[in-house]
Design a protein around this ligand. Structure first.
Ligand code: AHM
Ligand code: MG
Length: 341
């Protein structure tokens, strides 16, 4: 009974009590993200009913077609956060440059980067999509002046909090502020996120692999060999199950519970893969590592240790259960690339 009333705001507040030095600002930020998530969730749920889906005709900075719901989510997050006085600068996957705090609002000491609606090509088919966010402390002086690009381009190890919201069969808000990973399910009856998954721990090894196999031809030979290895039958847990939704948040969320690995590798055509370091890979890596998993670029480098040089840069990612990530890295490091065609 007690547990039923562990709402997201209460949980955040109780986490804050562990830090006597805390000012409450980080809690307020997480609460506002919870509010934005509820509004976006509502809109996602009625996407098939109202004239909100369909293309706007615009392309985002990556040259992709932008759907209305992406921009809706982008606007909602900005509106939920820009007036709070906690931020000096923000950045969104849907906007090329950094987002300044309007002059009329107080400038604070935090920085937030977000992907308002990831996997949005899935919207029309009613497939799960998600919001991802990442919070840092500013590195320029906290003097009430606006933040800069430098404040946004921090390595993932500097994150003070990160979270994602998956809009699936239910809406789940998962966050870490460095003390475990916790999940909250939105109760649609009274509009609150309730604690449903406390201290999520990534299984050390799984039996699911998740990547776009359509790109097989272009992969590193070590990755090809690894996938064939997972598909080979043995008496234990192989062959692995192939599960690919094509929505990073949903794929990683599933693997976090069941165990397994999600990959978006670099390949011959796209050496840096597809996913963005700042909006997608860093926050998910922080969450998965905080749950005991692992996230690397496949070549032994932690995602969280990348020093970013561009807001929208891409990075190859191998993320999930620790032993699964270590095994794919072993295959990649042992196999030489022989240039044919
Ligand atoms: P988006 O930011 O344009 O929505 O793209 C990111 C999504 C990820 O959620 C997903 O893992 C990936 O793109 C799927 O890409 P692909 O269709 O190449 O497999
Ligand atoms: Mg995205």
């Amino acid at each position: 009974m007690q547990r039923r009333f562990m709402t997201l705001p209460r949980h955040i507040q109780e986490g804050e009590k562990l830090h006597p030095e805390a000012t409450g600002e980080l809690s307020a930020i997480l609460n506002q993200m919870g509010l934005a998530a509820k509004v976006i969730s509502l809109e996602v749920n009625k996407a098939g009913l109202v004239d909100i889906i369909g293309f706007t005709g615009d392309k985002n900075v990556h040259g992709e077609q932008v759907k209305k719901l992406d921009m809706f989510a982008h606007d909602i997050i900005i509106r939920a956060l820009d007036h709070t006085g906690h931020f000096c600068v923000m950045a969104s996957e849907e906007e090329e440059d950094i987002i300044h705090i309007p002059e009329k609002h107080k400038i604070g000491k935090y920085v937030i980067l977000f992907d308002p609606l990831d996997g949005s090509s899935n919207i029309d088919a009613n497939v799960s999509i998600g919001t991802i966010f990442s919070v840092y402390k500013r590195i320029t002086p906290d003097d009430g002046q606006p933040g800069t690009l430098e404040d946004c381009l921090q390595p993932g190890v500097k994150q003070v909090a990160a979270g994602y919201i998956v809009y699936g069969s239910s809406t789940i808000f998962v966050y870490t502020a460095g003390h475990g990973v916790h999940g909250f399910t939105l109760d649609p009856a009274f509009g609150e996120f309730l604690l449903s998954h406390e201290n999520i721990e990534s299984p050390p090894v799984g039996n699911i692999y998740s990547l776009n196999e359509g790109n097989y031809k272009y992969w590193h030979p070590g990755l090809k060999k690894y996938i064939k290895h997972l598909q080979a039958w043995d008496n234990s847990k192989k062959p692995y199950k192939a599960r690919y939704i094509g929505s990073m948040v949903a794929d990683i969320h599933r693997n976090l519970f069941y165990g397994g690995i999600f990959m978006y590798p670099g390949d011959k055509r796209n050496p840096n893969g597809k996913l963005r370091l700042m909006y997608e890979c860093n926050p998910m890596a922080f969450i998965v590592e905080s749950a005991g998993g692992k996230a690397t670029d496949g070549n032994g480098k932690r995602i969280l240790e990348y020093q970013p040089n561009d807001l929208h840069q891409r990075v190859p990612i191998y993320i999930g259960s620790k032993e699964d990530v270590e095994l794919v890295e072993k295959f990649i490091s042992e196999e030489e690339v022989v240039e044919k065609d």
